[in-house]
Design a protein around this ligand. Structure first.
Ligand SMILES: C[C@](O)(CO)[C@H](O)COP(=O)(O)OP(=O)(O)OC[C@H]1O[C@@H](n2ccc(N)nc2=O)[C@H](O)[C@@H]1O
Ligand SMILES: Nc1ncnc2c1ncn2[C@@H]1O[C@H](COP(=O)(O)OP(=O)(O)OP(=O)(O)O)[C@@H](O)[C@H]1O
Length: 300
């Protein structure tokens, strides 16, 4: 597979791309594979709260990350890994300079690292003129993390398998107060815990014919485990549910609380206990990255 040898109109231009967060409206663990990965049933929705990546294509072969992330080595950074993977796959002669304005908390269950990887794959596929299909990009992305494909496809979806078998969904797009107590949680630690529930019954297709995914028919299997081991999360959730429906996203530590208006979400934000970080965001069934990619292809 090689990239197009057409003159590259993106060369040396700095272009910004959003890398949004996701929430898992519910997350059921329905089994475990022989390789240790868990089979899930989850509903992904995006929120309008994004890291911003700035990419500049160069005619040098190198991949330069101008803004290293604290605590993450160059070679472990999913931004770098995604660019290297696409370069190996397509043998492009181009390189790239990348900087990131990181606003998504790490280890929060918002999928920030996976989203960064997906944004790099999707953006560079266009900027390097690689012409891989979306499904090829998703297969590449899956090798970097189970959450990468959803960010590549960019539509809200019911996901099965390890999170890569997607069925588009159109849940309501309410406002959320997203909160994070003073702790970070390792996804790997949660998935290797002996006391993690792994046997939730698979949903029947009709169970998804609803607009309310925060009712008792749905849950997050990681939440009970996290509550047991992280009192900060337990306390925060107990406080939030007194006001509005709330649930943990992914393997935590972030919790989302649903509101029908921005005003209500902001009003609870103002009352949050000390030490809890937070932001208010709108649920989105289409990733903001899709709109940027459409604009870019129209302006070419
Ligand atoms: C918790 C979720 O965020 C829900 O959307 C994802 O399932 C996690 O996705 P991710 O962070 O992209 O996951 P990966 O980077 O592939 O894996 C991180 C760790 O979680 C475990 N893992 C991940 C996904 C999955 N379905 N089963 C797992 O057991 C992996 O064994 C690994 O130890
Ligand atoms: N570009 C990146 N952004 C964030 N984390 C990264 C990145 N590259 C590597 N990582 C590593 O991935 C870990 C998980 O980060 P991430 O922000 O994706 O957490 P998360 O939101 O809990 O993810 P998930 O919901 O997918 O489990 C970090 O602690 C960090 O060590």
């Amino acid at each position: 597979m090689t990239c197009s040898s057409q003159p590259n109109s993106f060369l040396n231009k700095a272009i910004e791309f959003p890398s949004p967060a996701k929430i898992n409206l519910f997350l059921h663990i329905v089994g475990q594979r022989d390789d240790g990965y868990h089979n899930l049933e989850t509903l992904f929705q995006f929120i309008d709260h994004s890291d911003i990546l700035t990419l500049t294509v160069t005619d040098k072969a190198s991949i330069d990350l101008l803004t290293p992330l604290e605590g993450v080595n160059y070679d472990d950074n999913l931004i770098v890994k995604a660019a290297q993977l696409l370069k190996r796959k397509t043998k492009t002669p181009f390189g790239v300079k990348i900087s990131i304005n990181k606003i998504l908390p790490m280890g929060g269950g918002l999928g920030g690292g996976s989203s960064n990887a997906a944004t790099v794959l999707v953006a560079l596929n266009t900027l390097w003129q690689c012409q891989l299909s979306t499904s090829d990009l998703a297969i590449l992305g899956l090798s970097l993390g189970a959450d990468v494909p959803i960010f590549i496809y960019g539509f809200a979806a019911f996901a099965q398998g390890v999170g890569e078998r997607l069925t588009a969904m159109d849940p309501e797009e309410p406002w959320y107060l997203i909160t994070k107590p003073e702790c970070s949680i390792s996804t790997q630690q949660v998935f290797t815990a002996v006391d993690l529930p792994r046997n939730t019954k698979k949903l029947s297709p009709s169970a998804l014919d609803t607009t309310d995914f925060l009712n008792d028919n749905f849950h997050n299997d990681c939440q009970s485990l996290v509550i047991k081991h992280y009192p900060e999360v337990a306390k925060l959730l107990a406080w939030l549910v007194e006001y509005a429906p709330s649930r943990m996203t992914g393997t935590g530590a972030c919790v989302f609380t649903r509101f029908s208006s921005q005003k209500e979400a902001c009003s609870l934000q103002a009352k949050l206990p000390k030490g809890v970080s937070s932001f208010v965001a709108r649920g989105l069934n289409k990733s903001p990255l899709c709109s940027v990619m459409t604009r870019l292809s129209l302006n070419k």
